[in-house]
Ligand binder design. Structure first.
Ligand code: HEC
Length: 149
């Protein structure tokens, strides 16, 4: 017969051991965390306009016409809390998330160009100005672009 109940002592020991492992793992991971990306995002005014149209067709129901007034439960896509959330991963992470999960009924269902335009549109609502350089469609090319909290 195997024991079905471990003694309280061994459970406490296990908990302590686990806590110690977690603590050392966290300590080891911390210094190797990549620094948040810093370069300013680039995108053009045309991309923002294209993004606005794509957004209107695919995202407005849930995220709202002003990116913070969605009717069907989508979180806000602008403001300090939003930027704070994406500051660690930057533009590359935001693009990958959007392409990977949005819109929820057909994630990845738009083209990479569409997702880059949507990213430009979202950034234009978060204090970033368009310039003469396009937002690239390649996540690797975006990964240096930061989002300031
Ligand atoms: C059916 C409703 C729905 C539609 C349509 C939709 N979203 Fe979302 N979106 C959500 C929900 C719900 C979440 C939160 C998911 C979670 O937290 O797990 C979300 C999260 C997000 C986030 C991350 C928000 C954050 O807090 O960081 C982004 C960016 C985003 N959506 C962009 C888009 C874009 C761009 C489109 C259009 C292509 C779109 N979504 C369409 C419901 C929707």
């Amino acid at each position: 017969m195997s024991r079905t109940k471990s003694s309280p002592l061994s459970q406490a020991t296990l908990t302590l051991a686990l806590a110690a492992i977690l603590a050392t793992t966290a300590a080891r991971l911390a210094p190797s965390q990549p620094a948040a990306p810093q370069a300013a995002p680039t995108f053009t005014a045309e991309q923002v306009e294209r993004g606005r149209a794509i957004y209107g067709r695919n995202c407005t129901d849930c995220h709202g016409t002003t990116l913070d007034n969605g009717e069907f439960g989508g979180p806000v896509l602008k403001g300090g809390f939003f930027r704070q959330k994406w500051s660690a991963g930057g533009v590359g992470a935001l693009f990958s998330y959007t392409k990977g999960l949005m819109p929820p009924d057909r994630p990845g269902g738009l083209t990479d160009q569409n997702y880059a335009d949507l990213t430009a549109y979202i950034l234009s609502h978060n204090g970033y100005q368009p310039g003469d350089k396009e937002m690239p469609t390649d996540p690797a090319a975006m990964q240096n672009m930061g989002i300031k909290p």
